[in-house]
Design a protein around this ligand. Structure first.
Ligand SMILES: *Cc1c(COP(=O)(O)O)cnc(C)c1O
Length: 430
């Protein structure tokens, strides 16, 4: 079981919504910091352990600055993400560039920042050499193909576009060493939102065994292995989080069993978790603005899939609660929907919920309708937003440990939407 809490009461939320109208994302800084501390404590069994937070999960420099203060690095996959890491003061080898089909300008920027570059393919050795030059430290991404099962979101590894095959990897390290590279890392990422502890331990085993094979075949002693991201969170209340101690403890045991006596006892562990770092500590805060009863009963929110697309994209479950009605019986069955002209814009389908009231029911309160909280939206939430259908993405608020709230990204405006158009040119255009 996982508890689904929201840090503010209905009254506090009504007060906050006077300054910051819904919809908005709210992140809980204290809870994020506590979670990162628990993770770091568990992984302290590995000297040199680094978690490079996957910036794509929550690309806000205020959040990155908090994570950096807690000792995390950044995992980037684009030029803007490299710039975000830099803005947050994350520098040098605290940054990892794990990109694919990488343009030259990203390699050049990564070199400038002193980031660890993680190559996605053997042909990128020459590409990097010719564009940005080869650094002293290089990591390579491994695709285990049929050796490892994937999962629903990421698919089967042998059908995935990422990484080197096993043979290519062995050759790749030889080539890199010949070209003067001095330090080496190995990376893989084979699943997404996977809640099985054993699955992640097996990924560790795979990488530790491969590190030994690489050393035996090429003489290259890896400095680190990066387990990637893909650690799931319990979106459903009946699911259970993987405990940091179980994960780190299990990996430590395998590390000892596989690497003792191989000369790789000091192999450092890196991770690139995004979702389990911030996911449970962010909420999409919305309000019910319409209600319609046709063949099904619908609650219409002031947010839509442009704010949070996981349910529409993957049929993903996000828990929903109604502040002030936490203990009310779930007497209704609703489809909770957004305003996009796509029928899959549904945050929940046939969900049992307490009776939800729209604006007219609460005339005393500005805005009026019940707040509807969409849980576990702190990763791959606002970040995946888009402007299709002329939808403007909502802003982001941060609940600070003392209880104050600051806006860390304002909502988009119509001016933002038109910013890439040459309106002047349009008037001249016939
Ligand atoms: C998306 C991604 C991550 C982060 O995944 P989470 O599920 O958020 O932990 C890490 N590394 C790479 C290469 C990714 O593509």
């Amino acid at each position: 079981m996982s508890e689904k809490n929201f840090p503010l009461t209905r009254q506090e939320l009504a007060e906050l919504a006077k300054t910051y109208p819904t919809p908005f994302y709210l992140y809980d800084e204290g809870a994020i910091r506590e979670n990162v501390r628990a993770m770091k404590k568990a992984f302290a069994v590995f000297p040199g352990f680094t978690e490079h937070f996957a910036v794509k999960a929550l690309p806000n420099p205020f959040i990155l600055k908090i994570l950096a203060a807690e000792g995390l690095g950044a995992d980037c996959s684009s030029l803007p993400e490299l710039l975000l890491a830099d803005m947050a003061g994350i520098r040098g080898e605290r940054i990892m560039l794990t990109a694919n089909e990488t343009p030259a300008r990203e390699y050049i920027k990564a070199r400038e920042l002193g980031a660890i570059i993680n190559l996605d393919d053997r042909t990128h050795i020459e590409f990097l050499e010719k564009t940005a030059g080869l650094p002293e430290l290089i990591s390579c991404r491994y695709n285990p193909g049929p050796l490892k099962e994937g999962n629903a979101i990421i698919g089967k590894p042998e059908e995935a576009k990422y990484g080197f095959t096993r043979e290519q990897l062995i050759d790749g390290y030889r080539t890199l060493r010949q070209k003067g590279v001095k330090r080496f890392g190995l990376h893989t990422m084979v699943a997404s939102n996977e809640l099985s502890l054993d699955y992640h331990l097996e990924t560790g085993r795979l990488l530790f065994e491969l590190a030994v094979e690489i050393k035996n075949k090429t003489g290259v002693a890896l400095e680190f292995v990066n387990l990637g991201g893909g650690l799931g969170i319990p979106y459903r209340p009946d699911q259970e989080a993987v405990r940091w101690e179980d994960l780190a403890g299990g990996l430590k045991k395998l590390h000892g069993e596989i690497l003792t006596g191989t000369g790789l006892e000091g192999l450092v562990i890196h991770t690139e978790y995004g979702r389990p770092i911030t996911g449970p500590y962010g909420w999409l805060v919305t309000r019910a603005i319409h209600k319609k009863d046709i063949y099904r009963n619908y609650i219409g929110l002031d947010a839509c899939m442009a704010d949070l697309m996981r349910p529409a994209l993957y049929g993903a479950y996000h828990h929903i609660t109604v502040p002030g009605k936490e203990h009310a019986p779930p007497t209704e069955t609703y489809d909770v929907v957004g305003s996009l002209c796509e029928n899959n814009d549904k945050f929940a389908v046939q969900r049992r919920l307490p009776k939800i009231d729209v604006a007219a029911a609460n005339p005393g309160e500005a805005g009026g309708g019940d707040f509807v909280i969409i849980h576990d939206a702190g990763a791959h939430g606002r970040a995946m937003g888009f402007n299709y259908n002329g939808k403007l993405r909502c802003g982001e608020l941060l609940l600070r440990p003392g209880g104050s709230v600051v806006q860390i990204r304002r909502p988009e405006t119509v001016e933002d939407y038109f910013a890439t158009l040459d309106v002047e040119g349009l008037t001249q255009f016939h």
